[in-house]
Design a protein around this ligand. Structure first.
Ligand code: NAI
Ligand code: MG
Length: 489
C-alpha cells in the first residue's frame, strides 16, 4: 500500500454530519468515597449517610451525610461563634480579601468544578463551563467589591450584619445558587450554614476545599448536607435569617414556620414565565431565544420561558422554525462538549415532567418531539413543544421545570399583557420586538421581577433578581441583594 492509501483507510469519508463524541475528561476531579458535614472548618463524621448519583447514568458517586438535628445545631453554633469571635467586627476591606480569594480560586479550579457539576447534576458541560462557573466567580468578585463600601451603598443608614444566615438551595444551579447566597452574606459580615439540595451536594462539598484554601476563618461558612428534614432543622434553628430558593410549596411552609419569630426571610420560588414574540421581531434571533429560554439546563430554570406567546400573524412561521431548530438539539451525555440538553436531575423530577406532559395530551394540546435517541440508563426527556394550548390547561398554569414548552397566541399588546399576567407566578418575562417604545410599554405592565428584551436567561451579578406573587420576595444580586443581610440603625 502506498503512504497515501494508508492514510485514506485510516480517515474514511464521514457517512453523516453527526458530531463525533467529545467527552470531557473526568480525571480532573477527585471524588471522595464519603463526605461529612463541614462545620467550624472541620469535617464532621456524619451519623447517617445516603448515596448521591450521576443522573445521566445512575452511577453511585459518593456517600454523603444526612444531617441530624444535632449536627445542624452544631453547624449553627459554629456559625454563631465565628460571627461573635471576630468575623462581624472585621473591617470590610479584610472581608473583601477573602471574597476576592474565593473568586480567584473558583476561576483557577473552574474546570474541576464544571466537570463535577455536570456529573452530579446532569447539566451539559458546555453550560456548567460557560455559564455556572463564570457566573459563580463573578458573583464573588462583585460582592467582594461591596464589602468595604456598605456605608456608601446605604448612605446615612449605618448598615450592620444581622448574624447567622441559614441558606437552603436547589439542584438546578448548585454552585451558582451557593454563590448567590454566600457572597452577599459574607460581604455584609454575616456567617452562614448552607444546605445544598439532596441530589446535588458535591460541588458544595468541593467548595469547602476552596474555603480552606482561601483561609477563611473557621465557622464563617458551614455546609451540611441532607434532604428536606435537614432543611426543616435549619429553619427551626437559632438563625437570624433564612434565604431559600426552591419550590413554592416549601417556600410557603417556611414562611408559616417563621411567622412571628422575627427571623428575616427571602424566598426565590417557582415561575411560569411568558416569552412574548411580536410580529416585528427579528424572527431567527427570537427562535434562538425561545430555545434558550426553555431548553437551557433541561428547563430546570425557575425563570424559564415556559409559556411562549406568539402574535397570531406569525404563528405558523414561528412554530415551523422552532420545530426545525429543535431537530438539531443534541440530547445526551452531559460531559460531552457538544451536548445541548443533558439529563433530568432526578427520577422524581422526571416523573413530575411525565405527569404534566400526559396531562397536556389529555387536555387536548398537540405535542411535538423531534426524533431523538435517548441513552438507556439515566433520566432523560426529549425536548417537547405543545401547540393548541388553552390558558386553563395545567401545562399553561403549572411549573413543569423540564424541557417542555407551551405555545399560546395573542393579537394585540393588551391581550399579550393580560395573558402573560394570568399566572400565580411573576419571576421573569421576555419581549421580542423591534420597537423600543413597545418594550417599555410592555415592561411597565408585566408583573415580573426580571424582564428581558430581545434576549432571554441573561444573568449578571450587578442586576437584582427576584419575584412577584408566588415567585417569592426579596432580591438577590446587585446592591439590592445586600439589603436582606443587613440591619440598619
Ligand atoms: P424543594 O423545594 O423540595 O427543594 C429545594 C430545597 O429545599 C432542597 O435543598 C430541599 O432539600 C429543601 N427542602 C425540601 N423540603 C424542605 C422543608 N420542608 N424545609 C426546608 N427545606 C426543604 O424542591 P424539589 O422537591 O426538589 O422540586 C419540586 C419542584 O419545585 C420542581 O419541580 C420545581 O417546579 C420547583 N423548584 C423550583 C426551583 C427554583 O429555582 N425556583 C428549584 C427547585 C425546584
Ligand atoms: Mg420537594
Amino acid at each position: 500500500m502506498t503512504e497515501l492509501e494508508k492514510k485514506q483507510s485510516r480517515a474514511p469519508v464521514p457517512s453523516g454530519w453527526d458530531y463525533a463524541p467529545a467527552p470531557e475528561a473526568r480525571d480532573i476531579v477527585r471524588i471522595e468515597e464519603r463526605y461529612g458535614h463541614f462545620v467550624g472548618g472541620e469535617w464532621l463524621e456524619p451519623r447517617e449517610t445516603y448515596t448521591t448519583i450521576a443522573p445521566a447514568s445512575e452511577e453511585p458517586l459518593a456517600e454523603v451525610g444526612q444531617a441530624t438535628p444535632e449536627e445542624v445545631r452544631s453547624a449553627i453554633q459554629a456559625a454563631r461563634d465565628a460571627f461573635q469571635n471576630g468575623w462581624s467586627a472585621l473591617p470590610g476591606s479584610e472581608r473583601a480579601k477573602y471574597l476576592f480569594r474565593i473568586a480567584r480560586i473558583l476561576q483557577e479550579r473552574s474546570r474541576e468544578f464544571a466537570v463535577l457539576e455536570s456529573l452530579n447534576g446532569g447539566k451539559p458541560i458546555k453550560e456548567s463551563r460557560d455559564v455556572d462557573l463564570p457566573l459563580a466567580a463573578a458573583h464573588f468578585f462583585y460582592y467582594a467589591g461591596w464589602a468595604d463600601k456598605l456605608e456608601y451603598a446605604f448612605p446615612n443608614r449605618r448598615p450592620k450584619p444581622i448574624g447567622v444566615a441559614g441558606q437552603i438551595i436547589p439542584w438546578n444551579f448548585p454552585l451558582l445558587m451557593l454563590a448567590w447566597k454566600i457572597a452577599p452574606a459574607l460581604a455584609a459580615g454575616n456567617t452562614v450554614v448552607l444546605k445544598p439540595a439532596e441530589t446535588t451536594p458535591l460541588t458544595a462539598l468541593l467548595f469547602c476545599d476552596v474555603v480552606r484554601q482561601a483561609e477563611l476563618p473557621p465557622g464563617v461558612v458551614n455546609i451540611v448536607t441532607g434532604d428536606g428534614r435537614t432543611g426543616v432543622e435549619i429553619v427551626k434553628g437559632d438563625v437570624d435569617k433564612i434565604a431559600f430558593t426552591g419550590s413554592t410549596e416549601v417556600g410557603k411552609a417556611i414562611q408559616r414556620e417563621l411567622a412571628g419569630t422575627g427571623k428575616r426571610l427571602t424566598l426565590e420560588l417557582g415561575g411560569k414565565a411568558a416569552n412574548i414574540v411580536f410580529d416585528d421581531c427579528a424572527l431567527d434571533q427570537a427562535v434562538e431565544g425561545i430555545v434558550n429560554g426553555i431548553y437551557f439546563n433541561q428547563g430546570h430554570v425557575c425563570c424559564a420561558g415556559s409559556r411562549l406567546f406568539v402574535q397570531e400573524s406569525i404563528y405558523e412561521d414561528v412554530v415551523k422554525k422552532l420545530k426545525r431548530r429543535m431537530k438539531t438539539l443534541r440530547v445526551g451525555d452531559p460531559l460531552d462538549k457538544n451536548t445541548d440538553v443533558g439529563a433530568i436531575n432526578s427520577r422524581q423530577q422526571l416523573e413530575k415532567i411525565k405527569e404534566l406532559v400526559a396531562a397536556g395530551e389529555q387536555e387536548g394540546a398537540e405535542i411535538y418531539q423531534p426524533p431523538c435517541k435517548l441513552p438507556e440508563k439515566g433520566y432523560w426527556f426529549v425536548p417537547t413543544v405543545f401547540t393548541n394550548v388553552a390558558q386553563s390547561y395545567r401545562i399553561a398554569q403549572e411549573e413543569i421545570f423540564g424541557p417542555v414548552l407551551s405555545v399560546l397566541t395573542f393579537r394585540t399588546p393588551d391581550e399579550a399583557v393580560e395573558k402573560a399576567n394570568n399566572t400565580p407566578y411573576g419571576l421573569s418575562a421576555g419581549i421580542w420586538t423591534e420597537k423600543g417604545s413597545r418594550i417599555l410599554w410592555m415592561a411597565e405592565r408585566l408583573r415580573a421581577g426580571v424582564i428581558w428584551a430581545n434576549t432571554f436567561n441573561r444573568f449578571d451579578p450587578a442586576s437584582p433578581f427576584g419575584g412577584y406573587k408566588e415567585s417569592g420576595f426579596g432580591r438577590e444580586g446587585g446592591r439590592h441583594g445586600l439589603e436582606p443581610y443587613l440591619e440598619f440603625e
